[in-house]
Design a protein around this ligand. Structure first.
Ligand code: NAG
Ligand code: NAG
Ligand code: NAG
Ligand code: NAG
Ligand code: NAG
Length: 519
């Protein structure tokens, strides 16, 4: 037999004229302890040779497996960790039985390491994602979501948690989080990457884990929730889009986000968001993430500059995604044009007499040279239609409602005019101001609101919640005198600003294709 030509386990042992019983172990299962030759009688010379060949073979196989395991910096997605462990165990076992007859010390050491490893794995403790101790004060600094850990924020950037990081002491985030109905059934834990819980599934790449106190269907609440991820991405040079998203609401898993939000994320990260629901993980199994970013405070704590920058990235990304060029609206965004858009709703919070309102704005627009009025209904428009419309709007007049979430897509410094039905001021709480906030966060100019004074009175004046329900989706009337004066004032102001911008050579946000700014 030519020993030099047997560098791997594929050596055909039959050439060494061994009994046929060994041929089966010769090809692929050379590491099996059952391949030990001592049990079967044959000549001493053959037995020695066989032991030698098998040992060499086992050694080479072990070496190749060890280097393979070491070179695998992270197991592939969904590679069951238990399998990796089993391999390591097999290798350790064969090593001690076949090779290290004279090195019991090494074996003891290995088993000690194994023991510590085992203890670390057993020490991983899962805590409920929804901490009921904070359930009555979800809005106070701390949320009930992953309540044992604090956020970090750098230079006015988004509040977030990163796993692994220095503050997690190098530990990764693990979740048992597949319940849709009760957040206290879902749980989280931190674990060192080389001592993950038993049966954990390892998911490689970047994972975004979000907490939303409202829902992912409403585009305003959805935008608020994904916004810190956009800012985080921008703060990391937009290098790496997330492999997956894990969405929670009150600690309950959510299977998706609204189509509008999904498109916005696709435009920003370059691929549609893949929302993980753990359906391929077995019932009580856990999942550990190679790299996870967790946010739970929306844009809270971010500086004005960082907000404006991140909305700038969103604006630029959606325009690029929808192929909006400066030519899109025919006469473009010329200095001498003022593009007024009436963005109407149907049903709740629509105008009682829409044509009357359009008539008022049309008359005022006609009085301003270069003014052009566009009438649109939010429910008629696709995502890119909305992007195109906003890109071609200097003044947006619209009833309060989710369609106003689009305002960040307008050029910087564009104007917003908002309308409310009766009852909102007293019963709607701070939520009624969200588009004022969004205007300032995204660098727009909110030109105030009109509140309809006319309408039925709430029959239960003592009950705020009931009265808000009563007024919530009321229709909106109009006041011709007021609307005319307001429209004239805003249109003139916008015209002067655009002329001023052009004189001082201050360009509007350029509608570049491909130039989205990252830090
Ligand atoms: C979180 O912050 C609070 C208040 O600053 C502090 O008392 C607590 O020790 C911090 N917890 C951790 C885990 O760092
Ligand atoms: C934008 O243009 C590209 C290339 O011309 C095209 O493949 C893509 O479908 C367009 N996208 C939209 C939203 O129109
Ligand atoms: C709506 O307003 C227009 C113009 O002011 C008026 O002619 C029309 O009668 C109004 N329609 C209703 C249903 O009140
Ligand atoms: C927006 O307006 C502010 C204040 O007038 C001005 O400083 C800023 O440069 C403007 N931004 C753009 C992009 O035109
Ligand atoms: C309409 O608006 C004008 C100007 O703001 C105001 O003086 C007038 O009282 C308003 N009319 C009604 C019916 O509210």
């Amino acid at each position: 037999m030519d020993r030099a030509s047997s560098p791997s386990c594929s050596v055909d042992i039959r050439t060494a004229s061994l009994p046929a019983i060994y041929t089966a172990t010769g090809s692929s299962k050379c590491s099996q302890p059952s391949a030990r030759p001592a049990a079967i009688p044959f000549s001493i010379y053959t037995a020695k040779l066989f032991v030698y060949v098998v040992s060499t073979c086992v050694l080479l196989f072990i070496l190749s497996q060890i280097s393979l395991l070491q070179s695998r910096s992270a197991p592939s997605p969904r590679w069951p960790l238990s399998l990796v462990r089993q391999w390591q165990k097999i290798i350790l076992d064969t090593t001690s039985s076949d090779v290290t007859l004279d090195s019991t010390a090494a074996a003891t050491k290995a088993s000690k390491v194994e023991d510590v490893d085992k203890r670390l794995r057993d020490a991983v403790t899962f805590l409920p994602l929804k901490d009921l101790r904070f359930a009555d004060r979800p809005a106070e600094g701390h949320t009930w979501f992953i309540s044992s850990l604090n956020d970090t924020s750098v230079g006015g950037g988004p509040q977030h948690m990163r796993f692994p990081s220095a503050s997690s002491k190098g530990r990764v985030l693990c979740l048992k989080g597949r319940h849709f109905h009760d957040g206290s059934w879902n749980s989280y834990a931190l674990a060192w990457p080389d001592a993950l819980p038993r049966d954990a599934t390892f998911m490689s790449g970047l994972t975004f884990v979000s907490y939303n106190h409202y829902d992912y269907g409403n585009i305003w609440h959805g935008l608020s929730t994904v916004f810190p991820f956009v800012a985080w991405h921008q703060g990391h040079s937009c290098r790496r889009p997330p492999e997956r998203w894990v969405l929670y609401h009150w600690g309950e898993l959510r299977p998706g986000m609204s189509p509008w939000l999904s498109k916005l994320m696709e435009a920003t990260f370059g691929k549609p968001p893949s929302v993980e629901v753990f359906d391929k993980i077995k019932e009580d199994g856990s999942v550990c993430f190679e790299d996870a970013v967790v946010t739970r405070h929306n844009e809270g704590g971010m500086s004005t500059e960082r907000r404006i920058e991140a909305y700038g990235l969103l604006r630029c990304s959606v325009r690029r995604y929808c192929n909006v060029s400066s030519e899109v609206d025919g006469d473009g965004n010329k200095v001498n044009t003022v593009r007024l858009t009436l963005f109407m709703r149907r049903g709740g919070r629509s105008f009682r007499n829409e044509s009357a309102v359009v008539g008022i704005f049309q008359r005022e627009c006609d009085k301003v040279e270069g003014c052009r009025l566009t009438l649109a209904h939010s429910d008629d428009l696709s995502f890119c239609d909305q992007v195109k419309l906003m890109s071609a709007t200097d003044v947006l007049a619209s009833p309060h409602g989710a369609q106003l979430t689009n305002i960040f897509m307008m050029d910087r410094n564009s104007s917003v005019m908002e309308f409310y039905p009766k009852g909102w001021l007293h019963y709607a709480g701070v939520g009624q101001y969200v588009y004022q906030w969004l205007s300032s966060w995204s660098g727009m100019s909110h030109q105030g609101a009109w509140r309809d004074p006319v309408g039925e009175d709430c029959p239960y004046p003592q009950d705020t919640a009931k009265c808000f329900d009563f007024y919530k989706n009321g229709l909106i009337g109009h006041n011709e005198t007021h609307f005319s004066e307001w429209a004239r004032k805003v249109l003139v102001e916008v015209k002067l600003r655009k002329i001023g911008d052009s004189v001082s050579k201050r360009k509007q946000d350029s509608i570049e294709i491909g130039g989205c700014a990252c830090n």
